[in-house]
Structures are given as C-alpha cells and as structure tokens.
Design a protein around this ligand. Sequence first.
Ligand code: ISL
Length: 588
Amino acid sequence: TDAEPWWRSAVVYQIYPRSFFDADGDGTGDLRGITSHLDHVVSLGADAIWISPWYPSPMVDGGYDVADYCDIHPDFGTLDDADTLISTAHAKGLRVLIDLVPNHCSSQHPWFREAVSGGPGHPMRDRFVFRDGTGAHGELPPNNWPSVFGGAAWQRVVEPDGKPGQWYLHFFDPGQPDWNWDNEEVRAEFDRILRFWFDRGVDGFRVDVADALVKDMSLPDVPIDPRTGRGTLDKSIDNPMWDQPGLAEVQRRWRAIAREYADTPGGERVFVAEAYLPHDRLVQFLAPDRFQMSFDFEFLQSAWDADSLRWVIDGCLAAHARTGSSNDEQAAELGSRDDVDRPPGGDHVDASTATWVIGNHDVIRPATRYGKPVTGIDFRHPEDFDDIATKAMPSDVDLGRRRARAALLLEMALPGGAYVYQGEELGLDEVQVPTDRIEDPTWQRSGHVDRGRDGCRVPIPWGDRQAPYGWSTTSGTWLPMPDHWAKLTVAAQDQDANSTLSLYRAVLAERRENPALGAGRMVWEDETSWPALAGVAGHVLAFRREPTLPEPASGSQRGADSRGGAGLRCVVNFGTAPVPLDTDTIII
Ligand code: ISL
C-alpha cells in the first residue's frame, strides 16, 4: 500500500569502505571507489546501502573508534566525495545509511584528550566515565565490569602530574572511551551529528551497540561467570551494563529528529539497531517513537540445523508479532511461546517486522560457518554455539557455500527486511589471515575469538585472475587476498547462471516482483498441509508465503497451489540426500 514504509521489506547492502574498491591505488578502499561501483549494488537489486564507519579514526577498531564524527577519514576521501557518493546513490534509486557509533569515541577525540590533560575534576571528564580506583592506592578498577574485547572495561590514565590517577570506562578497546549519556552536552553533540548528516542527505543510521550507551551509573558489580571467573557480559539477566531504562529516552530524542525530515525529499530518516539481545527485549526498541529496524542476530548465530533455525525464526516472529496488534493473526499461527513474553510497560509496537542477516564484518563468512561439521549442536546452548561460530577452521567450504545459498533463500523468503554483507553475494569464504597481518584488536585479547575478525574483511575480488583481482592497482592491499578467489570474482560469476552472484540477483528480483515476499504472513507447512513432506520431517523446513492483501472472501483453498498464484513456497533440505518433491519447485 501507499502507507508501507520503504524499510519494512528492504534489502540493504552493507559496504565496508576499507575493502569495497580502491580507486586511488593506495591499498585501502575509498569513497570514490564506492561511488564508481554502485552499479554492482543496483544490479543485485538492493534498496539501500549501509556504509560502515568512514570517519577520521586511528583505526584501532576498524574505524569504530571515531575521532571526528563530522568528517571523512583522509584515506577514504573528503566530505565532497561523501556528497557525491550520496547524490549518485540517490540518482540510482539507492538509499544511504551510515554508521553511528554513540557508545564510545576514539581516545584521540579532542574532547577525550582534553578530559585526560585537564586532570581530575575537569568538566570535560564528565562527558566520559572517569572514576577513582579501588584498593589502598586506587590501583584496582572501580568495579568488575569486563570489556567485550577481553580484560577489564577500565583503563587507568596518567595524570598531568605524571602519576597514575583515575580510571575511564571502555566497553571495547582502551582506545574507545565510553561516552557518559547522562551528560547533556554529549546528548546535544549527537543531536548535532545526526542533523549534520541528515542535512547532507543521509537516509538513516545503523546504530552501533545500540543496547549500550546508557549504563547503571551507580556502577554495581556484575555477577561472576563461573566458567571464566570474571564478571559476566550475559544479557539474558538484568545486566547493569546493557539495555538500561534510560535508553528509550535517547532513542525517542533521535526519532524526533528523524521526523523533522519527514517533509524533505528523503522523507523521515531511519535507525537500525545493532544489539545482540534476546528477541523480547529487541522488539522494545521498535516502538513507534523509537527505532524502525533492529537486527535479529539469533538467526545469524544459529547452527545449520532445521530444528534450531525453526526455533529461532518462531521466537523472533512471535516476539515481533505479539507486540503488534496488526499481526495478532500471525502470532496465533506461530503458537504459544512461553519463553517470549509480551514486554512489560506501555511500549506498543505497531506492525514491526524482523530484520534478517546472515553475515557482517564481525562474524565468520557464512560459506565457512555453515561448512563446519554440526552434530548434536543445539543453538539453545550458547556454549555449544561458541564452538561452531568462533573457530574458523576446519570447514568444508564447498558444502558451506551450498548451505549459504540455501540460507539466502530461507532468509529472503522470511517476512521482513534483510541485510547483505559485501562479498556474501560472491560466496566468499573466511580468509585465514596470517597472524603477522592481523589488524583486529580482538584476536589476542578475547578468550573466544580465534583469529579476530579480519578474515571477513578482506577486499572484494572484482575481476582478473590474480590478486588484487581488479580491486586496486597496487598489490599492497591492506589485507592479503587468497589465490583461490580467481573463480569467485564478480567478473567470473557475472556470466555464470549458476553462480552465487546470479542466485542473489534472481532471489532479490523475485522479492521485488512477488507481493507475497517482504513484509506479511508466513505459514509453516507440514505433511498435513502438504503431503509431499511425508517422511522428511526433521530435516526439511517448509513454509508458505501469502500476500497480506486482499483477504479471500471465503478462502480456505488459498495456498493450495501457491506457486501459480501470488503465493510462494520455500523448502529447505538440511539433510544430505536429495528430497524428491512432486511440485514445480525451482531447485537450486
Ligand atoms: O555486545 C556484544 C556482546 O555482548 C558484542 O557482540 C557487540 O554487540 C558487538 O561486538 C558490537 O560490534 C560493533 O561494535 C564494536 C565493533 O568492534 C564492531 O565492529 C561493531 O560491529 C565496537 O564499536
């Protein structure tokens, strides 16, 4: 309908600017490289791009350590290049989202430098979280909060008198000091940053660690995780580090700013939350006066297993549906889920939809992840999940690539929107970056990450038969590109109707053309509703998509011949043997 907002069923293509295309031949990707290759995104059939941080940064954490929120990293280009990128994308029909990093900045941000050099009591310290240490001489951190990247979430500074002094809070790297969101100057600064980019035509923000920002500022210890003996990062408990009540107020404040743009050419601006939270808490971000989208990471985190994935999909859709009055029918269809409760409080979600994702710049490439031997692993036990998701090797990548193709079909047939991470459309596998080339700060510090996250951040192979595969004119690329990618280049896959690239184009085209896809209802199939499934339960997932409008007058037959009409059936075989289907199914 006319009222359907663009983002509800959008496909958004994530660009990692350091690795998309190197136009100036210095071994690092850049904005001119993105602008010159937007036709690739258009040819895929995506609706929008999201660009990971492009700001000036010491690159301690790949640009998620921002030194200046209102400029462009000189290695990536200039503000003029950003303006050209945005207007070129718009002219090609693509929306542009960028990354907002509001939990922390870089230790090189001028405000933080001033806070450190100003000494204890300087007003600038209140924009961050500085505290005296504990212990007889303040030599111990203020509390037991752990950093996501390993070690304590506190770093001690050297005071102007040359002596060790106060500690500052950093949820991630010590080079990423956390902002104090109780400080009104911090809030006002982010208002200004939002308007700065909205005024330049940016359509919205992906909000980094959107469940952090506001902490319990009484800074109570977190419970000890018995497995590590350290403070826990667990978000399934009421954890004072994450998802605190004051967050809603910040989100409402930003949404009000997004609404100021409702009558401009781009329309109301959008926010998509990046938050690894249980479904029921995630959907609270999607109240009408808060954010529009929120990634559903449990789908990405799930093992390649029919039961596990169905459990995740049900939980996610039920959480979305139960909070939205217009989707009650869908909720009933999904059955009752004891573990997904209607959220407390007055927030009411109006017809929110899920946002699916199978890859990003933080996780192992799907072709590698899904190629791991998965026996007896159940997503419901996170310890098991750690095992499959964080150890890059060994993996049967050919098998993984086939499963990743099936995962794409599943993802794109589900109700809601979806994000595609650059290179996923080529079936790229995780690269084993030699240890002396690793840049990611997580790889040694964090107990559960093997080689860090560089393996999914390697530059994109565009053409040619050898590295750097047309990506740059220099072979000195910031991360090495593997020899076996010659057959995975865009050029190699472009002409091959069976390639992963061709599959992505076909599936995204189907989404655009078929009104049963995108937002709207889904119904699981079993052997009662579809006899072809007799005997394959357990290793086949099948569901029907049906257009939400119009409702049939006396319809019980709808969906019986779903391929021919406006409906569609999605069937995924998780087993190793082919499943014969008596239907005109397209088999990949
Ligand atoms: O919060 C987490 C675990 O409890 C993390 O999974 C967290 O959500 C995730 O690491 C956030 O990632 C984002 O912010 C990081 C950055 O390194 C990542 O690249 C980015 O995607 C810090 O800015």
